[in-house]
Write a protein that binds this ligand. Structure first.
Ligand SMILES: NCc1[nH]cc(CCC(=O)O)c1CC(=O)O
Ligand SMILES: [Zn+2]
Ligand SMILES: [Zn+2]
Length: 330
């Protein structure tokens, strides 16, 4: 005879009882949807390496978002894609162009969709001619102090334009503090959330994004500022450091292969919301595998997201957001 304590099945036989076993359930409020915004107002160009995603100009934004907002979209993260000649230079001047795609989009979206929570990615790589995320010295290495100063200026310019959240992805040392001080000085620190890409790892997962944003480095790579993927301890230190500098939310990126880092972030600071960025390469990989018949897309995507939640994230940046707005209604 079976021992009474060995029977687990009774606890999850019914769909409702199965849901009771869960610790966290994905909801629409947890999702942030990435948008690529160009400086060409009428453009709408599919991104070949990112199925179902497009680069859009300002005039295409509202018609695209309206039905998603009706379905419950709560938040977007904006990435600027300057395409015009002469918009890139050595220090990313156009990142804070008051007439550039990001600042124009913030204003438009605030006006059209007052309930939408607007996150702005803050980085220089889309705006520098060398494609690196900071300002460089003559020898090609980063000039950290000048980079932080510039990145803080860019973040404050987005906050002044009406962004609810600034999310620096550049990985310079000390940029969280630099941005926080900038927000305080501008009188905006009480109403702008600072989300740090605290544990952002170098690796093969950002390729489709760089194609979409035109932000691949012209030489070298990002391994001197993004974290080595074997560096669990360094990631914990970066998380602790960014919290001490004033981060309101800690992000881990990529997501699916870094669940230990998500759970470390949760352990380092149990009371801080943890975001996970399910990145372009992870998205493209699931699409490719589903297309090859490996699995049904929806089942795999739901399982990956469940893993991310189980690890401790309660905010997910995902290109699958439009799908989830449908799936969560069923
Ligand atoms: N620094 C810019 C930035 N912000 C977010 C991503 C990647 C997002 C994705 O792959 O979906 C990148 C690319 C990179 O660091 O090279
Ligand atoms: Zn960058
Ligand atoms: Zn180096």
């Amino acid at each position: 005879m079976t021992d009474i304590s060995s029977i687990l099945h009774g606890g999850y036989h019914h769909p409702l009882s199965r849901s009771w076993q869960g610790t966290t359930q994905l909801t629409k409020s947890m999702l942030i949807y990435p948008l690529f915004i160009t400086d060409n107002p009428d453009e709408e160009t599919p991104i070949s390496s990112l199925p179902n995603q497009s680069r859009r100009g300002l005039n295409k934004l509202v018609p695209y978002l309206k039905p998603l907002i009706t379905k419950g979209l709560k938040s977007v993260i904006l990435f600027g894609v300057p395409l015009a000649e002469g918009t890139k230079d050595s220090c990313g001047t156009s990142a804070s162009d008051p007439n550039g795609p990001v600042i124009s989009a913030i204003k438009l979206l605030r006006q059209e969709f007052p309930e939408l929570f607007i996150v702005c990615d803050v980085c220089l790589c889309e705006y520098t001619d060398h494609g690196h995320c900071g300002i460089l010295r003559e020898d090609g290495t980063l000039e950290n102090e000048a980079s932080v100063k510039r990145i803080a200026e860019v973040a404050v310019s987005y906050a002044k334009a009406g962004a609810h959240c600034v999310a620096p992805s550049d990985m310079m040392d000390g940029r969280i503090k630099g941005i926080k001080l900038g927000l305080i000085e501008a009188g905006l620190a009480h109403k702008v959330l600072l989300m740090s890409y605290a544990a952002k790892f170098a690796g093969p997962w950002y390729g489709p994004f760089r194609e979409a944003a035109g932000s691949a480095p012209a030489f070298g790579d990002r391994r001197c500022y993004q974290l080595p993927s074997n560096a669990r301890g360094l990631a914990r230190r970066a998380i602790t450091r960014d919290l001490s500098e004033g981060a309101d939310v800690i992000m881990v990126k990529p997501a699916a292969n870094f669940l230990d880092i998500i759970s470390d972030a949760k352990q380092v600071s149990p009371d801080t919301p943890i975001a996970a960025y399910h990145v372009s390469g992870e998205y493209a990989m699931l699409h490719a595998a589903a297309k090859a018949g490996v699995f049904e897309l929806r089942k795999a995507v739901e399982d990956v997201m469940t893993g991310i939640l189980r690890a401790g994230a309660t905010i997910i940046v995902s290109y699958f957001t439009p799908e989830f707005l449908e799936w969560l209604d069923e």
